[in-house]
Design a protein around this ligand. Structure first.
Ligand code: 5GP
Length: 200
């Protein structure tokens, strides 16, 4: 990261299987100045996922306690589980000049926009906000990818496909949209967006 780069609050959303995780991983690897916002969730860890790295895995009770105490910038129910972003680590990172990458769903993105709308325009989070929606090449390809990764039961895949249609309906609310039909190109487009916004 350059000294003069503006700290960004990057929100990335996509239907599951659109290749968002890979794109986010590559963006983070290329930009050590960007911190990954580790969400809280009530879902069980998948193979290889580490508590505190990929998610903070919480019991439904512990999650609800954080909701009640107002710790979340946003929280939502996605595919039957609860997910939320803690406000405090984001603010802290931004105050230290770090950008944050939030991988959240469309409901969460709506809540972030609403929360930022009530803050002054000079606020670091408002000033650095940039939202990006990643499209899968097609719904057929999305299904193929979800089935191909072999992590989810058939019923979960059906739920994710049904949710994809709802998520795609929100794409127009994002400042940037890109199609992940070719990973290398999507990766370059994403890097270009970040570079442009850091200098804006
Ligand atoms: P997964 O369970 O596959 O890791 O994530 C499922 C969905 O939940 C993804 O669309 C992901 O972007 C979303 N998600 C992950 N963390 C959060 C969060 O903190 N808030 C919201 N609203 N969605 C999240």
């Amino acid at each position: 990261m350059d000294e003069k780069d503006k700290p960004l609050l990057i929100v990335i959303s996509a239907p599951s299987g659109a290749g968002k995780s890979t794109l986010c991983d590559r963006l983070l690897a290329a930009h050590p100045g960007i911190a990954y916002s580790v969400s809280c969730t009530t879902r069980a860890p998948r193979g290889g996922e580490v508590d505190g790295v990929h998610y903070h895995f919480l019991t439904p009770e512990a999650f609800e306690q954080k909701v009640q105490s107002g710790a979340f910038l946003e929280h939502a129910q996605v595919h039957g589980n609860r997910y939320g972003t803690l406000m405090q680590p984001l603010r802290q990172a931004m105050q230290q000049g770090k950008s944050n990458l939030m991988d959240i769903d469309v409901q969460g993105a709506r809540q972030v926009r609403a929360a930022l709308a009530s803050l002054p325009p000079t606020d670091l989070m408002v000033n650095g906000f940039v939202d990006i929606f990643i499209h899968p090449p097609s719904l057929e390809e999305l299904r193929r990818r979800l089935e191909g990764r072999g992590e989810d039961a058939a019923e979960v895949i059906e739920r994710r496909m049904a949710n994809a249609a709802t998520e795609l309906a929100d794409a127009g609310l994002y400042r940037y949209q890109l199609v992940n039909d070719e990973l290398g190109r999507a990766q370059r487009e994403l890097a270009d967006i970040i570079r442009k916004e850091q200098r804006a």
